[in-house]
Design a protein around this ligand. Sequence first.
Ligand SMILES: [Zn+2]
Length: 301
Amino acid sequence: MDNKPKKTKYYTFMIVPHDAQGRPVNLKLPVSWLYAAAGLALFSVILVGSSFVYSTLLSRKLVNYSDTLSRSQQQEVVINSFSDKTVKVGRAIEELVQKDNELRKLLGLKGWQSKVKLSTDRISAEVKAGKVSTVFEEAHDKLAERKQSLEELKQWVAEVRSRFASTPSTWPFYGRLVSYFGYRSYPWRGVHTGIDIQSYRGAPVRSTAAGVVSFIGWRNGYGKTVEVNHGYGVATLYAHNSGYAVKVGQRVRKGQVICYVGTTGWSTGPHVHYEVRRYDRPINPIAFLDMNILSASRFWR
Ligand SMILES: [Zn+2]
């Protein structure tokens, strides 16, 4: 075995000048120095690399931070505008409630007694206190309440419409009014229980309201007669006809042809004798010839 003491190894670096005058420089270095230099180079590479990575990460974090900051500012703006809008919604609800009450008053209905208190002042106060969800809860209740009120109005309108459909409100046909309701001396002395409207023989006679045909046939003096029951104690009668267009028990619409003008019974020429009866008592039909929903509603009271 070779048991000589370890000799230090050397490397010589020679730097050779390119011109002839220059002398080459020899650099004799121990091998350990070389290792140290290589280690130092590696360490500095690692240092530069890691500091680069770290700075990149840090700047990215900074970007995130500024993002978060601006987002929270944006959120604050959103919350502020949200509060404004909540107040606006509250104001709109208040207006709706007011209009609803006005409408009810106009229609002669009782005002709606609200159980939910929600004023614009209260909304502002609650929003400032951060109770936006409470405000929305109350707004929802208030709207639900108004929905009920509207439902009631809708029912009322439906009832009025059906009531109006059943109220005599038109002419049986347009013709010359030749005899009025009440006492008369011509052609027969006595109380005239309806009005006479002149036309030609065979002219269509229309029901002046929706109802059910309650009588068809000959009546002494009236000749061929049609009676329509409109409900609510109201009926109409059409006399002196030449023929019929409906049957007893048939449901008729307002304006539906029910018979034809003639001169049957005590009559001096083609005309319709038109009666309006309330609880079987003849009343003056004049007011019922041209009626709208408003004048009709006066009649119901
Ligand atoms: Zn008559």
